[in-house]
Design a protein around this ligand. Structure first.
Ligand SMILES: [Zn+2]
Ligand SMILES: [Zn+2]
Length: 590
């Protein structure tokens, strides 16, 4: 059963329609199997979801891992039986009679209008509007994943049902690939790797705020500096602005009305003041940049004025929603606001897109662009919106980018382009954004003197490429599975001595690398070389140097990369240092 009608037209393409039918049909197969394993089971709803399906069921006892195997065995039999899914129409009374022993179905039937439909396979009938695949044999490549609790109709005052999740794919290969990706994602979880690799920690005394440990700070610093250098080269200027502002600022910007609940507030009584004043930590940089622009008389000759700020931001996220680096209360962005004339929008957006191209390319991250257009409730007339949306489309087309359009999904103050990066496991994460804003400059009464000597209001472009550093680093940790490229690797080289005899050479090599700015460590301990190599494998230095007596005599280093038996070669110390220096150059901003 699913709770909304979906014809073929409701799907973006043929493939998503077919996957939906397959997933939803497999939910029926699972329901029949559950009814066999748990006679008397009562069924809630069983929709298709991303990558699979679930069914909410009410059975006499908790469903365990071992039960999933029993249910899967029954499902295999039903698949093998290869019965057709047969549709039937019936009126409400007949439906009530058919589902006489199914109270949740009856409740659903009571809320439905018109003719109802059921689908039946092999004698098992479910209330449903389809669509379905032809036969149970089509549902062959499935796996049940887990069970969790779910209140009927999401209402905590109603009974708690058990939600059984499964996944299903058109082919064995696609199923295996999906299961592999899930396994990989678990291994790559940035919270797990962050701990194992000593990158960052959290503490209950600072919920939602990150402690960057020495190795994580290397990552953070490399990203922040490369981005800053790249932006300065692109004609941006960098500023640093306050964190704590009188609420007067937030009244002007409009955040007090719309965003107050997400801001951390501090009351302060100043000597001589009659009243307590309320301050708030900034959740975004835009208002302070409006103050910077408005602090002097501006001429069109100064535009575009591109203001970059990596300031610390705070947003009061619900404690229960915090987790790892993906959802935090304190973070920084590679933020910038561009003050431009309307005629400059398209060129500026085009330059930002080509920058995004270059920067994501440097990490081997693919991406997808989405254009969001005017919502129903908007500020400014349609001519303004036509021009703004036209400029964004023009910039996307000029970069030859394929993009999807989310009609009506723009902010009330302007249209925007969002970018989802696609990582090594094919997962999409929203990172970059480019938003046009006609509203904020007006609220701050900003203006510049035009070529015509008249006063004009600038347009503001909000843009970020990484988004927050915290989240982007979380994505990179999982994207690389902790195996960072040389320029980012917290430990670039580990020097390993085979025996005591090579120790002096080891110290000399370490000194030469560090003097050249390479992040290197020395393991001159008493362990056997095999144990030293195994220890290094866990901490993922980019190179390992194996130094024995022979290397000491010849003044050389034997170099290994990551992975098993990954020999790079033997180099003189000078050759190797030069190689490291060339490889540490960041792919942007270097
Ligand atoms: Zn169905
Ligand atoms: Zn902004």
């Amino acid at each position: 059963m699913e709770d909304h009608e979906k014809g073929r037209d409701a799907f973006a393409d043929e493939e998503s329609y077919r996957l939906h039918s397959l997933r939803h049909s497999t939910a029926h197969v699972m329901a029949e199997a559950i009814a066999r394993v748990f006679p008397g089971a009562k069924f809630g709803i069983g929709p298709a979801i991303e990558d699979g399906f679930y069914y909410d069921v009410d059975v006499s006892r908790p469903i365990h891992e071992a039960d999933l195997e029993a249910i899967e065995a029954e499902m295999k039999a039903i698949v093998k039986r290869n019965s057709p899914f047969q549709r039937a129409e019936l009126d409400r009374d007949a439906a009530m009679a058919t589902f006489a022993d199914q109270p949740y179905k009856q409740e659903l039937i009571a809320s439905l209008e018109g003719t109802l439909t059921t689908y039946e396979q092999g004698g098992f009938t479910d209330l449903c509007r389809g669509p379905h695949v032809p036969r149970t044999g089509n549902c062959k490549h499935f796996k049940l994943m887990r069970v969790s609790g779910a209140y009927w109709r999401g209402d905590a005052t109603r009974p708690q049902l058990q939600r059984v999740y499964g996944t299903v794919w058109p082919t064995r290969e696609a199923l295996d690939q999906h299961l592999f990706r899930l396994e990989e994602a678990k291994k790559r979880d940035h919270r797990k790797l962050g701990r194992e690799l000593g990158l960052f920690m959290m503490h209950e005394y600072a919920p939602g705020a990150t402690f960057w440990l020495p190795k994580g700070e290397v990552l953070y610093h490399a990203l922040a500096e490369s981005m800053r250098t790249e932006l300065l080269r692109e004609g941006y200027v960098a500023v640093r602005t306050p964190m704590l502002f009188d609420t007067a600022l937030w009244h002007t910007s409009g955040h007090w009305a719309h965003y107050r609940d997400n801001m951390f507030k501090i009351d302060k009584h100043e000597e001589g003041d009659e009243h307590v004043r309320t301050y708030a930590l900034k959740p975004m940089n835009c208002p302070s940049h409006m103050l910077v622009f408005g602090s002097a008389k501006r001429s069109y000759r100064e535009l575009p004025m591109r203001v970059h700020d990596q300031g610390v931001l705070h947003r009061d996220e619900v404690r229960g929603a915090l987790g790892g680096l993906t959802r935090v209360r304190q973070f920084s962005q590679d933020d910038a606001h561009l003050f431009v004339m309307e005629s400059q929008i398209e060129d500026e957006v085009r330059a930002i897109i080509s920058l995004i191209n270059r920067i994501y390319g440097a990490f081997d991250l693919g991406y997808k662009a989405k254009l969001s257009t005017r919502p129903a409730e908007k500020l400014g007339d349609d001519t303004l919106w036509d021009a703004a949306e036209g400029a964004l489309r023009g910039a996307l087309d000029a970069n030859g980018l394929a993009y999807t359009v989310n009609e009506g999904d723009g902010a009330f103050y302007g249209p925007k382009i969002d970018f989802d990066v696609v990582d090594a496991l094919g997962r999409a994460w929203q990172c970059a954004t480019i938003q046009l804003d006609y509203q904020l400059p007006r609220r701050f009464e900003l203006s510049y003197v035009g070529a015509d000597n008249g006063a004009h209001v600038p347009v503001v472009i909000h843009r970020a490429i990484f988004g927050s550093f915290e989240r982007f680093i979380g994505i990179l940790i999982e994207h690389y599975a902790g195996n960072f490229p040389f320029w980012l690797a917290p430990e670039q080289v580990r020097v390993l001595t085979v025996s005591e005899k090579a120790e002096s050479w080891g110290r000399e090599v370490l000194g030469a690398l560090r003097a050249a700015g390479i992040r290197a460590e020395l393991d001159a301990g008493a362990d056997k070389i095999g144990a030293k190599i195994r220890a290094a494998h866990h901490e993922r230095p980019f190179y390992m140097l194996i130094l024995g007596e022979k290397e000491q005599e010849n003044g050389t280093v034997s170099v290994r990369g990551r992975g098993e038996n990954n020999t790079v070669g033997t180099f003189t110390l000078a050759e190797f240092v030069a190689r490291c220096q060339a490889e540490s150059r960041p792919p942007f901003g270097g």
